[in-house]
Design a protein around this ligand. Structure first.
Ligand code: ZN
Length: 265
């Protein structure tokens, strides 16, 4: 999918119509992700009235909604952190923040599809067990623990991964590095709060019934997960694995700091 998006971005540079670009990506990504029948339209709106920070959502009619105001607020924050970006990089930042939001929401559509399927791989199991429509408690858990909610973490993880690849291929190294720091953060930083047990394990410890816990443990055992998988899914890691991930994060954030110092002097 990255290659097609890169091609569309290159075409976009000639006509500069961002909404048209997003509609094209929406159409192609739906096919690539096998979710054509699970979403209707992409609507790009000014802002969400009840929460201006919201970047996107799925509405009840099966549409993907993107809010310009929510995305702009985030872009403004990033620009403060990366004051050294040139005009071209700033324009690309806007484009990829929109694409990232779109991919995040499409990931939720894909998750909804998986939840209806009859698989017991680890991803589907986590999605099913963390389903927000399960009961009132699951709705509260979603609201209060939004950032570490498995479905949110996984959607953001996937969207960032794709966008970083695109930026690296296009040669936008400064923005790629910034997103990479967020990506590693997404993977592991929540471990600070929950210890080596991981955010998803912790989430489930609080909200699963005994029988569901058994189902979850069984799926984990059968999945044979490596470090990258366990970080992605928010599961247990060892002390050594934790240290190595912290070091990776530190390397990226140090490099970001260095660039800022160099360029703003
Ligand atoms: Zn989301």
């Amino acid at each position: 999918m990255e290659e097609i998006i890169i091609k569309l971005i290159n075409e976009y540079n000639e006509n500069n119509n961002l909404e048209a670009l997003l509609q094209k990506i929406y159409k192609i990504a739906k096919q690539e992700l096998g979710i054509k029948d699970y979403t209707k339209q992409l609507k790009i709106l000014k802002e969400r009235k009840d929460n201006e920070k919201t970047r996107g959502c799925l509405d009840k009619d099966g549409n993907v909604i993107i809010y310009k105001k929510g995305i702009k607020l985030d872009i403004d924050e990033i620009l403060e952190e990366l004051p050294y970006l040139n005009e071209d990089e700033k324009n690309m930042l806007i484009v990829v923040e929109y694409i990232k939001t779109l991919l995040h929401e499409l990931e939720h559509v894909r998750q909804n599809k998986l939840k209806k399927e009859n698989n017991n791989d680890i991803e589907t199991t986590i999605l099913k067990l963390s389903n927000t429509n399960k009961n009132d408690l699951s709705k509260i858990a979603y609201k209060c623990l939004y950032e570490t909610h498995p479905q949110e973490r996984l959607a953001e993880y996937q969207a960032k991964k794709t966008v970083i690849k695109i930026l690296e291929d296009l040669g936008y190294d400064n923005i790629a590095l910034k997103l990479k720091s967020e990506y590693i953060y997404e993977k592991f930083i929540h471990y600070y709060n929950y210890g080596l047990i991981g955010p998803t394990n912790n989430h489930f410890k609080l909200f699963l019934k005994e029988k569901e816990k058994e189902q979850f443990n069984k799926s984990k055992k059968e999945s044979n997960l490596n470090l990258e998988d366990r970080l992605k899914y928010g599961l247990e890691i060892t002390e050594e694995e934790y240290v190595s991930t912290v070091m990776e994060y530190k390397e990226v954030t140090d490099e970001l700091k260095e660039r800022k110092n160099k360029r703003t002097k």
